[in-house]
Design a protein around this ligand. Structure first.
Ligand code: EPU
Length: 429
């Protein structure tokens, strides 16, 4: 298993290219199941989760062709995927695959919408909480799917096709909204989704589906209206930049000090996150090329933050912010409202010398003057990267174990940070 070794204490200077968004890429790839024609996705990040989803789609008969490099493209340019679900040979998504990546459960929506049936394993437990799929199932039922749960599998049937309906989510759910949109795109009649997720990745998927011939209005707001169509066609779509990767590197610069351009980063996708980083003392400026983050001289100021659905402060940046606050001059409070158990990073940050107290969904962080390197590991992607941020400012050497979690969601993390002067290297084996 690979490990990452970091020697802390260097400031970061230079340019970090921001990759395409993981959480847009995954539902976009799944949306390919809705059409017989080819969907071409540009700016796809090279991530373990993308490779795994390729395998999962392959199991349904989907062909994925990875486009070659064009002259002049750098190693950081995203890949182009040509995805063809011309013939779906299997409507079952087995436990062995779905349990490895929760988002693959979402295949249930395009499969039942196009094929009239799907059998998809329940994803099971997850490091960041129980994460049920009851609201995704409710959405499919509202569109007329008959649902049966047996032997750990959800069977969805709609022999005569799905029918438009009203879906009111009792809480904001990203996966529920993706599922509802994909299913409704091919349903007969109109679907209205109330209390829909606003996340930019929802809008990105809806934009792509509209290019494929869908009729989706209101994506990016809490009320989405979909006029079902009988067939969708192919399209070419460029994945939006990853706002969580952007925010993560912005926090790394706020932590170490320095001056870095986050190339292709988009401030409009991350305003709440950038506001908090600015409050902590970094200077943020949006330019045509991306987002520039600098922190020179001044220390890190403490903040009070509550995670919330978009446009609020994202739960996917909560662990990274906590790492930053371990070095703040004073006491910070971070409240996690999206997932009930997303604090696995706390005990590992404490091993690096942080002072953090947990009380239910609230963490209180007393900033310390120094962190000290140590061997650490985490069981989730965002928790792992928070340890990298802490390690960049810790004295001495930190070894981050279980790097495969980082590889699920961060493309060439060690290369991007090393290019800006961090002492970071991957140790294979
Ligand atoms: N929820 C239910 N029932 C459901 C669905 C969700 O109770 O049927 C609850 C969840 O347990 C959670 C809350 O609703 O407490 C929100 O969950 P949501 O459905 O919004 O999350 P998700 O779709 O499973 C996506 C991202 C997550 C991100 C969340 C919140 C992808 C592939 N995953 O998950 O990303 O944290 O939205 O923004 O888009 C990550 O990238 O590290 C990650 C975990």
């Amino acid at each position: 298993m690979d490990r990452i070794r970091i020697t802390g204490g260097r400031t970061l200077h230079g340019t970090i290219p921001i990759s395409g968004a993981k959480n847009a890429t995954l539902p976009l790839m799944i949306a390919s199941l809705l059409t017989e024609e080819t969907l071409i996705l540009d700016n796809v990040p090279r991530l373990a989760d993308v490779g795994l989803l390729q395998r999962i789609l392959g199991n349904h008969g989907v062909d994925v062709m990875v486009g070659g490099k064009r002259p002049g493209e750098s190693a950081y340019d995203g890949q182009t995927l040509h995805i063809s679900a011309a013939r779906i040979i299997d409507t079952t998504a087995p436990y062995e695959l779905v349990s490895r990546m929760r988002a693959s459960f979402w295949v249930i929506a395009p499969l039942v919408a196009r094929m009239g049936e799907a059998k998809v394993s329940l994803p099971g437990g997850c490091a960041i909480g129980t994460r049920p799929v009851d609201l995704l199932i409710m959405a499919l039922e509202r569109l007329g799917a008959e649902i049966e749960i047996d032997g750990g599998y959800v069977m969805a049937r709609a022999r005569n096709g799905l029918k438009g309906g009203e879906i009111v989510f009792p809480r904001v759910t990203v996966g529920g909204t993706h599922t509802a949109i994909m299913a409704a795109a091919l349903a007969q009649g109109t679907t209205v989704i109330e209390n829909a997720a606003h996340e930019p990745e929802i809008k990105d998927v809806a934009d792509c589906l509209n290019r494929m011939g869908a009729r989706i209005g209101g994506a990016g707001t809490s009320r989405i209206v979909i006029e079902g169509v009988s067939k969708l066609g192919g399209a070419r779509h460029r994945v939006i930049p990853d706002r969580i990767e952007t925010g993560t590197y912005a926090m790394a610069v706020a932590m170490t000090g320095g001056d870095v351009l986050l190339e292709n980063g988009r401030a409009d996708l991350l305003q709440a996150g950038l506001d908090v980083i600015a409050q902590a003392g970094a200077e943020i400026s949006a330019t045509n090329a991306g987002i520039r983050v600098t922190r020179n001289g001044a220390g890190i100021a403490p903040v009070e933050v509550v995670t919330a659905p978009f446009p609020g402060f994202p739960t996917d940046l909560q662990a990274q912010l906590m790492a930053l606050m371990t070095r703040a001059r004073g006491t910070s409070r971070i409240t996690e409202t999206i997932f009930e158990n997303r604090f696995m990073h706390v005990q590992e940050l404490v091993r690096l010398g942080a002072h953090i107290q947990l009380d239910g969904e609230r963490a209180t962080i007393e900033g310390v003057r120094r962190l000290q390197g140590a061997p650490v590991m985490a069981t989730d992607l965002r928790a792992s990267v928070s340890l990298v941020i802490a390690a960049l400012a810790a004295e001495g050497e930190t070894m981050v174990n279980r790097v495969y979690h980082l590889d699920r969601g961060f493309e060439r993390l060690e290369d991007k940070l090393a290019a800006c002067g961090a002492a970071i290297e991957r140790i294979s084996g």
